[in-house]
Design a protein. Structure first.
Length: 430
């Protein structure tokens, strides 16, 4: 007697956790609302938009593109709505969902730019937009490196703002005394490391709650710079407030490339340094023994201790290195852009935006740098469109980068896992 065995196939349904479903629905709802807003915006314009590929002062004048206003915005709206519906119905998965999210983001940006151009008599200048993006992202690039290095080692770092502020002041004073950008950058890096040392000592040696000592460092930086500013700069501005900001450095040959040249190869030394620092830190964290130790003490410090790793020193070295990078980022706010230090909150919360970029970038230096560019783009967009006299309040335009920060962190990031021991105290067992 023979028995025929008929092969059967079993469908494996993907089980979605309540947290992931909530995040998916939130993201889908947000994308859908923005798509519907684009549909409304499409019918508020009745002419084409002008997109300029070069500014009025460029040596090589590229053509200005005329883009149909309503039709282009509607196409962008359809793309965004399709992505939002895909999220809400859970009909797209994996890489398709990631691609849909990226296309939705691109659709929002293109739709808004075309709407701004079609709503104004002035063209939207892409060169200025991308130049400002790199300029505004420069301190954030250094800030995210400080955050990634510190938190990968298990030390929560909300003191980036204080490091920025102290470094900005140190750079301004040092340049005033020496008239040297190199001296200003060195002073800024050391000032950032000094604030990082305060964070490391109290968090690692005296086991103070990381968030609390971070707040203290920020307040210390505010009080310290304010006091010294009043004692030195206000008393003798000629000696302590004489600062000329860095000039753009054009890389010979490359800077003359049409469109891309002025954007990528005509920036300040700080911007070039920030871009180069990203792969350097990624290499240190993921391709060196020291980086392996940093990641191990940030995940399982007691396990690292059992194999002979000096946990406290490894944590401290990573925090101090992050402080050096934060110091370079702080130099942007004085010698890198505006000149002399002004006692009116020159860092403007950029340290906290850098921390948001770290979280959005999932504690990866490259992804966090991309998020820094995203925030730089949002701020640049506000500045680029501010002079175009759009039919919306200018105050709303100024809110764009901060609104983008809130929306991105609250609605688009989803659940992220910090290093397992991030914020936890380590006490060596005997």
């Amino acid at each position: 007697m023979s028995v025929d065995i008929i092969p059967t196939t079993t469908a494996h349904a993907t089980v979605e956790s309540p947290e992931r479903r909530t995040q998916r629905m939130t993201t889908g709802g947000l994308i859908t609302v923005v798509g519907a807003l684009l549909v409304w915006m499409a019918f508020t314009v009745d002419k084409s938009g002008l997109i300029a590929l070069s500014d009025a002062f460029a040596d090589v004048q590229l053509p200005t593109i005329e883009v149909p206003g309503t039709a282009t915005i509607l196409v962008c709206a359809v793309v965004v709505l399709a992505a939002g519906i895909g999220f809400l119905t859970n009909s797209i998965q994996g890489r398709v969902r990631t691609t849909a999210g990226a296309l939705a983001g691109l659709g929002v940006v293109v739709g808004f730019i075309v709407w701004a151009a079609a709503s104004s008599t002035l063209p939207f200048t892409l060169t200025s937009q991308f130049n400002l993006t790199l300029e505004y992202a420069t301190p954030l690039l250094f800030g995210v490196l400080a955050g990634v290095l510190s938190e990968r080692a298990g030390v929560v770092n909300i003191a980036i703002e204080g490091m920025f502020l102290t470094a900005a002041f140190a750079a301004s004073i040092s340049y005033s005394l020496t008239q040297s950008f190199v001296a200003g950058l060195i002073a800024a890096a050391l000032a950032g490391a000094m604030m990082a040392a305060v964070l490391a000592v109290f968090a690692l040696k005296y086991l103070v709650e990381h968030v609390i000592i971070g707040v203290v460092v920020n307040l210390l930086a505010t009080g310290l710079t304010g006091f010294i500013y009043q004692q030195l700069v206000t008393a003798d501005p000629a000696a302590f407030g004489s600062v000329q900001p860095m000039q753009d450095w054009a890389i010979p040959g490359l800077s003359s490339i049409p469109f891309l040249g002025p954007i990528l190869f005509e920036q300040t030394a700080l911007t070039y340094l920030g871009i180069v620092s990203i792969p350097v830190v990624a290499f240190l964290l993921f391709r060196t023994t020291w980086g392996l130790r940093v990641r191990s003490v940030g995940e399982h410090p007691h396990a690292a201790d059992t194999v002979g790793i000096n946990v406290i020193w490894t944590k401290a070295s990573s925090v101090l290195l992050g402080g050096l990078f934060a110091g370079l980022g702080g130099a942007y706010f004085t010698i890198g852009s505006v000149g002399a230090f002004q006692d009116n909150n020159p860092t403007a919360g950029n340290g906290f935006i850098a921390l948001a970029a770290v979280i959005m970038g999932r504690w990866n230096p490259i992804l966090a740098a991309l998020m820094a560019l995203f925030f730089g783009f949002a701020r640049a967009l506000a500045q680029t469109t501010k002079l175009m006299q759009l039919p919306i309040p200018s105050e709303f335009i100024e809110m764009l980068p901060y609104l983008a920060t809130i929306v991105a962190v609250a609605g688009l990031v989803g659940r992220v896992r910090a290093p397992a021991a991030d914020g936890m105290h380590f006490v060596k067992s005997h």
